[in-house]
Design a binder for this molecule. Structure first.
Ligand code: HPA
Length: 275
């Protein structure tokens, strides 16, 4: 997409939102599949449906309600995406990351992301929460392909620390203060929509992935390109490497994500407060 057109589209969305909510959100939060309960923790001040925002894509997946929520969490002004856009839905990469760019233009400096993911580390169990310390993405198109938008960031962004180490450290401290365990590992990004074959789960594990999922990577690349601090967590909703005869279903993924949601909410709430 031409950068002038993209900027015009972004500005229209931002102007629309700024008319409806006057405060500047410091933190942006993206909620993954089945993790919408988290919004109960937010003092909601304004909700805007994606379908009403100029140039916003519209979410089609079950379990994604599709709205931006503005309000307070841990004493900070936040904007939350309840429902995100996935490459597998047929959007192009620029659409998947459009809301992240909107968040940046609204004033967001830190981005939290969450997702449902399949476990490939044999030590993981369904319901575990993993802090993403790094990612591998060999199949999902890089959303920065195309003319670089210099106003946002450099042509060749460094990717040695896309996930902010200080936030990872703080999240670990919060988990231990609340007496629950968090894993820390590598998220392997795939396009979906198929879950992986046994051979693919095995390959992902051997290549260094701890979990595998169909979101997050493109959003993180764009956020990092624009200089946002990023913190992300996966909920392990199914195990890729498992006994014969057990299959993975979307309903199972949603259910496991919902069950883990309170822990995730604790981390986000307490982490927001100390930014
Ligand atoms: N693979 C890819 N994406 C996923 C999975 C999985 O096993 N579980 C939840 N999202």
């Amino acid at each position: 997409m031409k950068s002038k057109k993209l900027f015009k589209d972004l500005k229209a969305a931002v102007k629309f939102l700024q008319k409806r909510y006057k405060q500047v959100p410091e933190v942006g939060i993206v909620l993954g599949s089945g993790l919408g309960d988290f919004t109960n923790d937010i003092v909601i001040e304004k909700e805007v449906s994606y379908k009403d925002i100029p140039n916003f894509p519209v979410s089609t997946v079950k379990g994604h309600s599709g709205k931006l929520i503005f309000g307070k969490l841990g004493g900070k002004t936040v904007v939350v995406m309840a429902g995100r856009f996935h490459y597998y839905e047929g959007y192009d990469s620029n659409d998947v990351v459009f809301p992240i760019r909107v968040m940046k233009l609204l004033g967001v400096e830190t981005l939290f992301l969450s997702n449902a993911a399949g476990g490939v580390n044999p030590e993981y169990r369904v319901g575990d929460i993993m802090i993403i310390r790094d990612h591998i993405s060999l199949y999902v198109p890089n959303p920065l392909v195309g003319p670089n938008i210099e106003e946002f960031g450099p042509r060749f962004p460094d990717m040695s620390e896309p996930y902010k180490r200080t936030l990872i450290q703080r999240a670990k401290e919060i988990a231990s203060a609340n007496q629950f365990e968090l894993k820390t590992g590598v998220y392997f990004g795939v396009t979906g929509p198929t879950f992986e074959t046994r051979a693919e789960y095995e390959m992902i594990h051997r290549l260094g992935g701890d979990v595998v999922g169909m979101s997050t990577v493109q959003e993180v690349i764009i956020a990092h390109h624009m200089g946002l601090q990023v913190f992300a967590m996966s909920v392990v909703t199914d195990m890729g490497l498992r006994e014969d005869g057990i299959i993975t279903t979307h309903d199972e993924v949603l259910e496991a994500a919902k069950a883990a949601s309170p822990k995730l909410a604790t981390i986000f709430r307490e982490l927001v407060a100390c930014i």
